[in-house]
Design a protein around this ligand. Structure first.
Ligand code: IMP
Length: 338
């Protein structure tokens, strides 16, 4: 399974960090590449510690995995250095020469933009304004910063070489399909495309090299900020169902709706999903919390999963039943994909 991509199927916050960290431990990839930027927070709970990562790949939990940040990514120096220390990844974290760098002025401009802050509900991390500077060809890149000198690498060369040698490589996508600048609920979207093809382009690898596209859906839909959310539940209803969540980067309460098959179907198409991962199964079926085998899941949970699989026509290979990395059902062997 040389090249794999993990992509969010709804509006972000599907639990990609959990899925990625599980895959890190089980598949032991030689390389994991993070795309996107600091507006996306991936949560990893491992060995009793909680990591809220905004730049370092969630795959850091495997100490033998080399961690890369893609050319299309936008980094912030303070966040990068903080996370390098927090994860102890110095010496195995590398950044593409061409990754962009968000500077203070981008954050200030974003904070004083009323449309982004009030209507779109931006995370206000300066990502959109840095992206605009990149389009206008005046953004400074990682290679322009002396403090990054020891971490710079040609990610394109390294990743393509590893894939050609048959090594396992993961691309960790960010946010979710419907936050895409092109395919999402414009203008209530983020400042980049967030589908699998975009992540390949950010990393610098061609479409013919992909083996698996794992689209991650949560067992219900959440979104933060503005924009449409079909069949949105009131906060009271969400509370009653135990579906209350707080956003990783902003601390805002997430809006909630039930699993949306139309969106899921479209996400399958947009990403050419080959596998589906479902997270937070335990939110719908509390009795299945931290179950690790398919046969031990309740009949109701299995029925729900089989219905999703049937309607989306893509195998559900990974099922998360709790926030800890090991609370996971892995059906990839049953489907012959490992
Ligand atoms: P921005 O990309 O920070 O400007 O935010 C634009 C919209 O995308 C806002 O509604 C944000 O709440 C949302 N958004 C951006 N990144 C994420 C993410 O990682 N998870 C969930 N929502 C996000």
């Amino acid at each position: 399974m040389p090249l794999n991509i993990v992509v969010g199927g709804f509006f972000g916050d599907e639990g990609k960090g959990k899925i990625a960290s599980y895959l890190a431990l089980v598949d032991r990839p030689s390389i994991a590449v993070r795309t996107g930027s600091v507006n996306a927070g991936h949560t990893v709970i491992y060995n009793g510690r909680v990591y809220r990562l905004r730049l370092i790949p969630s795959f850091f939990v495997n100490p033998s995995t080399k961690l890369f940040i893609a050319a299309g990514a936008l980094i912030r120096l303070d966040i990068l250095f903080r996370e390098v220390e927090e994860t102890g990844s110095r010496g195995r974290i590398f950044i593409d020469f061409n990754a962009g760098v968000i500077e203070d002025r981008h954050i200030e401009m974003e904070r004083s933009d009323p449309f982004l802050s009030k209507d779109v509900g931006s995370t206000l991390q300066g990502v959109g304004y840095a992206m605009a500077d990149r389009v206008l060809r005046r953004l400074r890149l990682a290679k322009d910063f002396d403090v990054l000198r020891d971490m710079l690498i040609d990610v394109v060369e390294e990743v393509n070489k590893a894939v050609d040698m048959g090594e396992t490589v993961y691309i960790e996508g960010v946010q979710g399909t419907f936050l895409s600048l092109y395919h999402g609920t414009y203008p209530y979207v983020t400042s980049r495309d967030t589908t699998a093809s975009a992540f390949l382009s950010e990393v610098g690898i061609g479409p013919k090299k992909v083996d698996h596209v794992i689209v991650v859906f949560k067992s219900y839909v959440t979104r933060v900020g503005g924009g449409p959310l079909e069949n949105e539940l009131s906060f009271e209803e969400a509370e009653k169902l135990g579906l209350v969540e707080v956003a990783t980067v902003t601390g805002r309460r997430r809006r909630v709706a039930q699993f949306n098959f139309n969106l899921a179907r479209r996400a399958v198409i947009l990403n050419s999903a080959t596998q589906i991962a479902i997270t937070r199964l335990d939110a719908l079926f509390p009795g299945d919390r931290c179950v690790r085998e398919w046969d031990k899941l309740s009949i109701d949970a299995r029925k729900w999963l089989l219905d999703v699989e049937d309607r989306l026509r893509v195998p559900i290979t990974i099922i998360s039943t709790g926030e800890d990395v090991m609370c996971t059902v892995d059906r990839r062997r049953d489907y012959g994909v490992v």
